[in-house]
Design a protein around this ligand. Structure first.
Ligand SMILES: Cc1cc2nc3c(=O)[nH]c(=O)nc-3n(C[C@H](O)[C@H](O)[C@H](O)COP(=O)(O)O)c2cc1C
Length: 352
């Protein structure tokens, strides 16, 4: 089978599938290495990645930086020759410091969303690290491109368009998500690829959000995408770094269990409507025991809950007491599989 590779700068990605970065702790070195070994891009999420370090409570930033470094090294060691990226959210405090660690460890790419990564080129200057923003509209892509051109004379190496069916934080208005009035993924991909074509720019566009089957991939390829980013399907794999309970929560979920909520990050997010979210709704506010100073927008005095604590609780297996982010297709998962099986099933969509 001949698969058309995805070219991002000088990187040739044999299978045009990027595994979406998933925090906290859902995509670390194990999942990333497994995807990279199958020819896709394995992505480590940098969000609060130090949660298992001994000094996480007392020395959070250093613990996170150390863990990020360790996970990058482990992924590269376990996937020699594979392509490894990190996902760093712009909304994170100390974003620049995490980018510095990623550059020092020579990751292949930094992928950044949850805000506009307006200064990202500055942080990779002088390195070969590719810079890949995540956007949810043509407007977002234009804004980043204009700023990067003006300030750094730099273009994105690829652009990920994340539609409303994705998991985690979403770049749409909550009302639009609730009423399904947001712009569909395919439409955004068409607008962006046409815009790039008009400018004679050869920047690859990667589509994300709700990609589940080969048909979903063919649909976005038809629209002009050259690759896909997938999160949810990789959660229910043996190699995913989350606890078994986390994966089981996906498998047990039904479509009615999936809900749009407002995150302390200041963005809507998609998550399981579990006892934790029901408690937040009832009590309005779960008092913050300790503030980890994780994101810019959150004020511990009035946040409805601590997102760091909620995501850590979920990933370690306390899934009823924590926040379980999911993509819109999570209810379709029915068994734990392997990364190889997922990629083997989906890669045929890229065959020619
Ligand atoms: C559990 C979970 C955590 C996620 N965490 C992040 C994150 O930390 N940063 C980010 O940019 N995207 C995050 N995402 C989005 C994914 O990287 C991916 O783009 C998206 O989920 C794709 O949609 P799909 O899950 O329908 O395949 C997360 C998604 C999930 C399901």
């Amino acid at each position: 089978m001949n698969i058309k590779p995805l070219q991002i700068g000088d990187l040739t990605i044999k299978i045009p599938i990027i595994q979406g970065g998933m925090g906290v702790g859902v995509s670390k070195s194990r999942l990333a290495a497994a995807v990279a070994n199958e020819g896709g891009v394995g992505v480590i999420s940098g969000a609060q990645i130090g949660y298992l370090e001994d000094d996480f409570e007392t020395n959070t930033i250093e613990a996170n930086k150390r863990a990020l470094r360790k996970e990058i090294r482990k992924a590269k060691e376990n996937a020699p020759g594979g392509i490894i990226g990190v996902n760093l959210m712009v909304a994170m405090q100390n974003y620049a410091e995490f980018c510095k660690v990623a550059v020092e460890e020579k990751v292949d790419m930094i992928i950044s969303g949850a805000g506009f990564p307006l200064d990202l080129p500055e942080f990779v200057k002088g390195s070969s690290v590719k810079v890949v923003p995540i956007v949810s509209s043509l407007r977002g892509a234009k804004l980043i491109m204009k700023r990067w051109k003006k300030q750094f004379d730099k273009e994105p190496d690829a652009i990920i368009v994340e539609g409303a069916k994705a998991g985690g934080h979403l770049g749409f208005h909550k009302e639009d998500l609730d009423n399904h009035t947001n712009q569909p993924l395919k439409e955004i991909v068409i607008e962006l690829t046409e815009h790039l074509k008009a400018l004679s720019k050869k920047i690859p566009v990667i589509a994300a959000g709700g990609i589940y089957t080969t048909e979903d991939i063919e649909d976005v390829i038809d629209a002009g995408a050259q690759g896909v980013q997938i999160g949810t399907r990789f959660v229910v794999t043996e190699e995913c770094d989350a606890s078994d309970a986390y994966k089981e929560a996906y498998i047990k979920s039904t479509e009615d269990d999936i809900k749009i909520m407002m995150s302390p990050v200041g963005l809507p997010g998609r998550a399981l409507n579990n006892p934790f979210l029901k408690r937040v709704e009832e009590e309005q506010r779960i008092k913050v025991q300790k503030c980890y100073r994780c994101v810019h927008k959150c004020d511990p005095k009035d946040t409805p809950f601590c997102i760091t604590q909620a995501l850590i609780d979920a990933v370690i297996g306390k899934t009823d007491e924590g926040l379980v982010f999911v993509g819109a297709g999570a209810y379709k998962t029915d068994t734990i599989t392997t990364v190889k099986a997922v990629i083997d099933e989906l890669k045929v969509a890229f065959a020619y």
